[in-house]
Ligand binder design. Sequence first.
Ligand SMILES: Nc1nc2c(ncn2[C@@H]2O[C@H](COP(=O)(O)OP(=O)(O)O)[C@@H](O)[C@H]2O)c(=O)[nH]1
Ligand SMILES: [Mg+2]
Ligand SMILES: [Zn+2]
Length: 295
Amino acid sequence: MEKALVVERVAQLIGVYVLSEGKVLRGIPRGKVLKKTRIYAGDYVLGKEIDDQTFAIEEVLDRKNVLVRPPIANVDRVICVMTIQKPDFDNYLLDSLLVVYDHVGCKPVIIFNKVDILDEEGRQELKRWTSIYADAGYDVFHVSAKTGEGLDKVVQLVEGEICILAGPSGVGKSSILKHLTGEELRTGEVSEKTHRGRHTTTGVKLIPFGSGSFIGDTPGFSRVEVLQFVRKRDVKNYFREFLRYECKYPDCTHLREPGCEVREALKRGEISCERYKSYLKMLKEYIEELKEICG
Ligand SMILES: Nc1nc2c(ncn2[C@@H]2O[C@H](COP(=O)(O)OP(=O)(O)O)[C@@H](O)[C@H]2O)c(=O)[nH]1
Ligand SMILES: [Mg+2]
Ligand SMILES: [Zn+2]
């Protein structure tokens, strides 16, 4: 049997990319797959080509994760796209994305797009935020979808991976996708012809690029409620810089406990106040001491 990747999922339509040949066929579920299995974009499947347009799907391989919005399985990498200016950087949104995507096991990476339009103040801000996130333990890239600057490094990093673009609307996700793949796609919308005429349905599409990579666009969202995805007591595990410290109590929440090494690190300036403030905000907590430490 041959291995293929589901790259299009629109209503009842399934498009599969036959990995050995690099072509897209219409996938038809067969046998045991037909009844009980949901099929997502990003699913790896086994089956056979029946003719030059059709691929019979005999088996859906186990998936390592499924993202819900949009539904995509086996996401290796989430490219969090942000800007410093136009629109202004929203660090709380980025911190929320980083927590949620680390929790579901998709490696997040940070891209600051639109570096071509930054003024002097913008460049200073870019420098400041870049060191905050690099110190916290994330890969940070500076790119411009307009000039193409910096995107080659991103392509190298995600070689062979299934990626999605996440971030608020207007930061340039669709522009980056277009630069990487040459395809123009209206986010989350795939036009479908029916006997009643044209209408648009929500669909998911992964597009091949680079060497063996696939990428999907997502609609922009300006808010993520972390506690809908991650239990309150687990949020601390997804602030990477906190994991370097060993507190007196192993289950320390880094809020008010004595012997909290994370708060000591905050006082010494090893953990950024901005990141710690995001942590408190996610937990809907407040500590009096923060004013003294961070001003
Ligand atoms: N100057 C500049 N403009 C950009 C860049 N990337 C995107 N844009 C513009 O920003 C606007 C929003 O881009 P779009 O890709 O639709 O953002 P999305 O909502 O995240 O998909 C469009 O007018 C783009 O032309 C960039 O790197 N530099
Ligand atoms: Mg878009
Ligand atoms: Zn602690």
